[in-house]
Design a protein around this ligand. Structure first.
Ligand SMILES: NC(=O)c1ccc[n+]([C@@H]2O[C@H](COP(=O)([O-])OP(=O)(O)OC[C@H]3O[C@@H](n4cnc5c(N)ncnc54)[C@H](OP(=O)(O)O)[C@@H]3O)[C@@H](O)[C@H]2O)c1
Length: 289
């Protein structure tokens, strides 16, 4: 299906008009890597062709990610780096700017391409203000775009009601818990969905017969089938792997397509549609950092 591989690797972040930054659909997740292990993983990913890296203040690895980017010799403008900040920084522009400057300092970078409110932490009641601060900071050149993470449709609506449109909402999303209501709300608002834990983080997803069967039939691995399902529905996916072979495998999802029947069979694994709860996903009403 990929007559235009480059086009398939990039989706325009459509938001308010300041968010027209192209982002590769497959990024490298870096939690829970840190130190030399993280640096090595990012180095091998960049070598394999990754140009999108996902880090966060809370992962304590912005430094390692930044060192690997610098050591790679790849021009900075060719690598898309996402980071996120913690709850104590939710507030006015000066406070969010302090979080941002500290993150950039740790990473040794002059800007992040995307900067996210990591969790809404509704108990504090300051996530809308944090978003307004992020929107202000785009003009400083310290970030190229901003977004949110773990926002429910209700949290997103509060942000939209303030006249603010995040570029991205990064949320838990895998076939058994695809969070359709969140994806639908994102789509309606022009917010790109980024899937974290896209492979189900070792919870047996890759052994699901529906996925293994498609993998066998198409000659791809179960992880490739799942990642293809994500990108074929227009989502960013940020699989974590510290293994160079699996990193290459996870990036190689642009040279084949799943049939509508395959897509429907994977969609049918979604227990949340029937009201089933995910055993893996934290509740953003109660959890956050
Ligand atoms: N915004 C948020 O609140 C939030 C929350 C959680 C995670 N995240 C981000 O999302 C990223 C990914 O999520 P995740 O780490 O939870 O889960 P994941 O990417 O779904 O799964 C990672 C696990 O899958 C294994 N794996 C990777 N590729 C594989 C392959 N091709 N075949 C078989 N196994 C494979 C990895 O092992 P190996 O390393 O050994 O390959 C690792 O154990 C994180 O690293 C982080 O950057 C964001």
């Amino acid at each position: 299906m990929t007559d235009e591989p480059t086009a398939q690797r990039h989706a325009l972040l459509e938001g308010t008009g300041v968010h027209d930054v192209p982002v590769p659909l497959i990024g490298l997740g870096t939690w829970p890597l840190w130190g030399a292990e993280c640096e090595d993983a990012v180095a091998s990913a960049l070598e394999a062709g990754y140009r999108h890296l996902d880090t966060a203040e809370n992962y304590a690895n912005e430094d390692a990610v930044g060192r690997a980017v610098a050591a790679s010799g790849i021009p900075r403008e060719e690598v898309f780096v996402t980071s996120k900040f913690n709850r104590r920084w939710h507030g006015g522009t000066d406070l969010v700017r302090a979080a941002l400057e500290a993150g950039l300092e740790r990473a040794g970078l002059e800007h992040f391409d995307l900067y996210l409110v990591h969790w809404p932490n509704p108990d504090q009641g300051r996530y809308v203000q944090a978003c307004a601060s992020l929107a202000e900071l785009v003009g400083t050149g310290l970030i190229r775009s901003w977004g949110v993470s773990n926002f429910t449709p209700e949290h997103l609506q509060a942000v939209l009601d303030a006249g603010l449109v995040p570029a991205v909402n990064q949320v838990y999303c895998e076939p058994r818990d695809a969070q359709r209501p969140v994806q639908d709300a994102n789509l309606l608002a022009g917010v790109l969905t980024a899937a974290y834990t896209p492979l189900g983080r070792g919870s047996g997803l890759l052994a699901e017969p529906a996925i293994a069967g498609i993998a066998d039939r198409t000659g791809h691995t179960p992880a490739q089938v799942v990642l293809r399902w994500h990108v074929q529905q227009g989502r960013i996916a940020i699989p974590k792997s510290a293994d160079p072979r699996r990193q290459r495998e996870n990036l190689d999802v642009f040279s084949f397509a799943l049939t509508p029947e395959d897509m429907a069979a994977i969609d049918a694994l979604d227990v949340s549609v029937a009201g089933g709860a995910s055993s893996h996903r934290a509740d953003p009403e109660r959890f956050g950092h």
